[in-house]
Structure formats: structure tokens, C-alpha cells
Design a protein around this ligand. Sequence first.
Ligand SMILES: *Cc1c(COP(=O)(O)O)cnc(C)c1O
Length: 433
Amino acid sequence: MTKLAIKGGNKLRNTPFPAYNTIGKEEEEAVLKVLRSGKLSSYLGTWHDDFFGGTQVQKLERAWEKFFKVKHAISVNSATSGLYAAVGAAGIGPGDEVIVSAYTMSASATAPLVYGAIPVFADIEEEYYCLDVNSIKSKITSKTKAIIVVDIFGQVYDINAINALAKKYNLTVIEDAAQAPGAMYKGNYAGTFGDMGIFSLNYHKHIHSGEGGIIVTNDDNLADKLRLIRNHAEAVLSARGIKNKDELINMIGFNYRMTEIEAAIAHEQLKKLPDLLTERIKNTEYLNTRLSQVPCLKSTPLRQESKHVFYVHVLKFDSNIAGIHRNTFIDAVKAELPKTLLRDESDVLLSYGYVKPLYLQPLYQYRIAFGKEGFPFNQSDVKYNEGLCPVTESMHNDILVTHEFMRPGMKKEDLDDVIKAFKKVWDNRHELT
Ligand SMILES: *Cc1c(COP(=O)(O)O)cnc(C)c1O
């Protein structure tokens, strides 16, 4: 009889999976060209042609606009900076509330705090893990100014319902598409469904330049504000001049500028995006089809008329069917497989849920952001108690997240080993009770 590796049996596979690296000759040559030019950034923080950045930055932004069919693409040094800039450009400030998701990367919830506004957590949908429109509705007050929706895990948010709600209450929609470059709804790209959309180019994302981000918008006025916030707004406006004092709202500039090297890399990476997505989707579909033979696992349904790009691969785990705890199951699967050669992390990248519901972070529990008095939380009675978003809390305990099995470069034999590991644990689960 087979013995599970976690119980001292043989591992199903010892040979590491293929290493994952999307950086090749193209990026290498592009970087060398920039290095040899000596111009690693051309930005000037004043009203001048160079306010808009250098050749590579321009090339990337124009290519991004063309690819995603959007009027303005504004490069920044991270998606976090992009989210902050978007909140600033939306004119949000102290006293305002912004509805955010409890199940996302932390920056998509903290962005309002940077402008002294209050993040109000709404719950997620049980099937798709994106913000739930009914929960959003229940959180709207006279102070609500915006919603930060997230295309979580690579699938678009509930676009029609949430955009209609936002329109009714005159709320800005900021779409965090960091995990969804190339995801679509009815032939249009994720990132373009809100008033502003934000992409990430960090190392863990579908395509990357080490660090980086892009904000997209079709609104000229927002685009202007975003570029100002990116690059020393106050100094630029001083040189450019203002017509009325409202133009100064949130116009304390930052330095969110991307270097020419990162822009050159990102431009090459964007060309690779379609093929990388095709392979990622094919691999995930292969895994989902075969893992459906493991009765305690359920793959995430696709939203109607949409394309999911699987930043991570989420499976719902039914412990009643399995008769064991999710974490026990995960630990046993991990023990069957080799460690990932992707990064320094020496572990199989399969995790218990995604992130702890964000409002449980100390930031919200202790209500301390700026200064000793707890600004801006001390201006608000918005709650962050456990139980606030019950679906998020229960999903966090029910899902397992695979981070790398679907990545491009995995061969059929590699995927088959992943599937066999899950099946082996399922077939021998009695050893774990
Ligand atoms: C990665 C990520 C971010 C932040 O991206 P950075 O470029 O690292 O700042 C924001 N939101 C979501 C949903 C992300 O996955």
C-alpha cells in the first residue's frame, strides 16, 4: 500500500519543476541599450517636456495604451504608488470614506488612509472572491466617495452591478487590476472598467520589470492629476500656474517615477503577455479538469462572458467530503512535491487561503495610522471587528491557493505529477485522520 510522504513514505516527485523566468535576450538587449545611452531617467520635476519622462517611459506608455485600448497610460514605480495616486486624483480627503475589499493585497485597502480618508471594508462574493455588490450597498454612507474594486486572482469584478451602483451614488471607481493584466469582460480589458485602473509590474506578477506599475484612464483631467502626483505636483503647478485654487486639491507631489531601465524591460514584457497568458490559462484548465476527480476540491467558476488570467489558482476545499482539515490536506500534498525553484522561498507554493482578512491587521485593530492620536481613525466610528465580513472569513478557511503550478514552462508531465500528488493524498486520506 502507498504511504503518504508526510507519514514517512516516498515523495511522489523529487525532481524540481522547471524554473520560471520570463526575462530573456529581448529584455537584456533593451536594458543594455539604455545603459549604454547613460540616460537612466529623463524626468524633471517642473513644467517642461521632461515632466512626462524619457524615451522608454513614453514608449511603454504608448504601447500600453494601444494594447489595452485606453486613452492614457501613466507609468509609476509600483501599483501601490498607482493606487495612492488614484485616490489622490479622485480628490479624496479627510472625512471621506472609501469602500475596499477585505480580501486583497493590503495596499488596495490602505490607499485611502494616505489621504486621511477611512477604508470601509465590504465582503466578497462566495464564488468569485471579488467585492460583493450587496455588501458594498450596505456600506454606503453620505461620506462615501469611492470604491476600490479588485479583479482578484485574475478575474474581473462584478462590473455592471457595481458600476451602476457607483453611478447612482456618484462614486469614483478605482479598479485594482494588479492581478489581472489581460483579463477581459465582453472583449474589453480589466483595468479599463473603472474611472482609473491600476496594474502592477512587480516580480510576482504575470509580467514584470522588477518593480513598477501602470495607471490607466480615459479621463483627461484625472490623467493630468495622476501625472502631477507622480512627479512633484506642487513644483510643477508653481511653474505651470493655476486658474483656481481647487486645482491644488491633493497636489502635493510624490516621486512615483519609473526609470528608463524598468520601462524598457516592461515594454518587452508587454509583448510577451499574450503568449504567457495563453500558456497559463491552458495549464490551469488542464489542472482544473483533472483535479475535478478529487471530490473535495472545486475550481473557481468563470464569470459570464469573461476571461480569467489566473494570477493564482484557487480551489475550494470541502472538509466534510474529505473528512480532514484543509491544512492537513495541504501539508500532505506539499510533502509529495519538490520545492519551487522560482525564488529563494524554499517551499512548495501552495497556501492556506490567500491573506488574512485585512481588517484583522494590527493597523485596523489598534486604529493607528498617522501620529499618536490614531488619525484618521480617531475621526470615525467605522468598525473593524472580527466577523465584519463573514464570507471573507469563511472563504479564507475554505480555500487553498496554488501559486506556481500553472505557470508557463510547466510541461504536461509536470502538471500530471501535481495532479497525482493531489490524488495520492485524496486516496490515502485515512492515513491522516
Ligand atoms: C501586487 C498587488 C498590488 C501591489 O503591487 P506593487 O506593484 O507591488 O505595489 C496591489 N494590489 C494587488 C491586488 C496586488 O496583487
